[in-house]
Ligand binder design. Structure first.
Ligand code: SAM
Length: 290
């Protein structure tokens, strides 16, 4: 387990993932019934952007800091600004900095936590022993958050379906192992068989386009009925040994989220100053397929 998210916190991939997560959380809070969120690969919860790891890579400068700057300068169009507002508000609140660059960044656990109402729950799994301890420290005494030092794939079996019967599962593995794409497809199939009505958000890296297309094909073949794929890329395909972009698979996405993402992701691409790559949203399976 070599992957440490602290080197990458707030980078463009995080921005895309967390902006979508915030939208999903907002939609869940639109109805009064309580919900549960399971985050299978939770990380340490929040990140110090002034710390050694973050400053060594400087990745947040190309991600969240650029986006905050664009939002403050008022260069986002109205629809994108509205779609990104829950995310940016949560980032600012977590950092406690109402303007300018932020020195701390909420990972998926802290981001999700900001949206919980008093009867909603957050279940976190993290396998790295030190990271799991750090995460436990972040949520110590919080009765709405359960932190488990456990394998995220096992957490899918252990914690689904939640008793609330409403909610979201975020699956965000580090993709260190060659078989992480296999595990992603198998994990989703298992989770969906246990809880077909849950919302699922699965992050994946885009390096080699053929791998992403194969993933989409396998998901289509899985027979899961409602799958939306969203992608944001910032490099062309010339090199496959680097992160060229980032993808989120959404199973059972809330109504009209495809349209919202269709507005938000191109705006993100522009706001982050990318001159290559694209923003793309398509149904992999579902009645909206063209
Ligand atoms: N979801 C976090 C966020 O958005 O802030 C980032 C997670 S990071 C990409 C992946 C995390 O998964 C790392 O903290 C790593 O230690 C953890 N991890 C690796 N293998 C795991 C496994 N089998 N089960 C649970 N966690 C695992």
């Amino acid at each position: 387990m070599n992957y440490r998210h602290a080197f990458h916190a707030g980078n463009p991939a995080d921005v895309m993932k967390h902006a979508i997560l915030a939208l999903l959380m907002t939609r869940l809070t639109a109805k009064p019934a309580p919900f549960a969120v399971l985050d299978t690969h939770a990380g340490i919860g929040r990140y110090d952007l002034t710390g050694d790891e973050a400053t060594r890579t400087g990745e947040s400068a190309l991600g969240i800091q650029r986006l905050l700057q664009a939002a403050e300068a008022g260069t986002l169009d109205a629809a994108a600004a509205e779609a990104l507002a829950p995310y940016l508000d949560a980032v600012r609140a977590a950092a406690g900095q109402p303007a300018g660059p932020v020195s701390a960044y909420p990972g998926s656990p802290c981001l999700a936590r900001t949206f919980l109402r008093e009867n909603d729950r957050l279940i976190l799994a993290e396998l790295h022993p030190e990271d799991a301890q750090t995460l436990k420290g972040v949520f110590r005494g919080d009765r709405q958050v359960a932190v488990h030092h456990m394998d995220g794939w096992t957490a899918l079996k252990a914690h689904l379906p939640p008793k609330e019967k409403r909610g979201l599962v975020l699956i965000d593995p580090p993709f260190e192992a060659a078989d992480d794409f296999d595990r992603l497809v198998a994990g989703l199939a298992l989770a969906h068989s246990r809880w077909p009505t849950g919302i699922y958000a699965l992050w994946y890296p885009i390096k080699d386009r053929a791998v992403s297309w194969r993933l989409h094909q396998r998901l289509e073949d899985s027979g899961i009925p409602k799958i939306l794929a969203s992608e944001l890329t910032w490099n062309d395909d010339a090199r496959m040994d680097r992160l060229n972009g980032s993808g989120m698979i959404l199973v059972n996405p809330p109504w009209q989220l495809d349209e919202t993402l269709g507005q938000m992701l191109p705006a993100l691409h522009e706001a982050l100053g990318f001159t290559q790559g694209i923003a793309h949203v398509e149904w992999v399976a579902g009645e909206h397929i063209a």
